[in-house]
Design a protein around this ligand. Structure first.
Ligand SMILES: [Zn+2]
Length: 265
């Protein structure tokens, strides 16, 4: 048991090691320049070479759009976003009701204004019943931020607690400092199971570390407005409020419980 928890801490450490880095290829100097093009079956014609600002010829190894999509898939895997969510975007989020349209608009707005929220440490709380699309929208946010070059890490609340407790007491400060450097940390599935003094301390140390570095945290939970602060603990909840987190309510029924389209409601 201890072994499994220990390896979870290692998994998170190795995810931290794999955070995005600059991948610019070394330059090739060229005296003559002939533009060349290639054809992508999905995205059409793309330039294989170009001159940069210094007049240096740069070769493009693959269709830029395909490359972007491949990078986002790799980044989503590195950020521990489950494969079943990797196709989730703002464009394929089903928004029928006013509430769903509002949640979509708020999440889209958060992603496109992240630069500002990142500067103020402004996080997000996505609260609502299971199956209402919280994971879909947080994945869409994560994908957009990673495309823009930000680092994102998603952890289930229980996985965080297991990793925290299995990290040597003397290593915890360092471990938390590394997590505190990630641009957006997503804490998923915050539930009642965590409600102990030890869990409250662990959440407080996490949110306090991120408060110190002014980094935003997003928390997903199906608890109601009283259950949510109770599960996090008062001190940790205070830290979250000091970061002026935005609350988005997913207050409709589960998609999975909805009647098929066209049936009498
Ligand atoms: Zn392509």
């Amino acid at each position: 048991m201890m072994q499994a928890a220990r390896s979870l801490a290692d998994v998170i450490s190795s995810m931290l090691d794999r955070m995005p880095t600059d991948t610019n290829k070394p330059a090739v100097v060229s005296t003559t320049f002939t533009p060349r093009f290639a054809e992508c079956r999905a995205h059409g014609r793309w330039p294989e070479n170009m001159l940069d600002a210094n007049g240096v010829e740069r070769w493009v190894p693959m269709c830029p759009q395909c490359r972007k999509e491949q990078q986002v898939r790799q980044l989503l895997a590195g950020a521990d976003i489950p494969a079943r969510f990797s196709g989730c975007s703002f464009d394929n989020y089903r928004a029928d009701s006013e509430g769903q349209k509002k949640a979509l608009a708020q999440c889209r707005f958060y992603a496109s204004n992240f630069r500002q929220y990142r500067a103020t440490g402004t996080g997000l709380i996505l609260r609502g019943n299971p199956g209402t699309g919280k994971n879909h929208l947080i994945t869409a946010i994560a994908a957009e931020l990673m495309r823009d070059g930000y680092s994102v890490l998603r952890m289930k609340a229980q996985d965080y607690l297991d990793a925290y407790w299995s990290t040597e007491f003397s290593d915890r400060g360092n471990w938390l400092r590394r997590i505190a450097e990630i641009d957006l940390l997503i804490l998923d599935e915050l539930g009642r199971n965590a409600q102990t003094k030890g869990a409250e301390d662990a959440f407080f140390r996490l949110l306090d570390a991120r408060y110190e570095t002014v980094r935003p945290t997003a928390i997903l939970s199906n608890l109601d407005k009283d259950g949510f602060p109770a599960a996090l603990g008062e001190a940790a909840y205070d830290r979250l409020k000091q970061g002026d987190g935005k609350l988005i309510n997913f207050s409709w029924d589960s998609y999975r419980g909805q009647k098929p389209e066209g049936s009498a409601a």
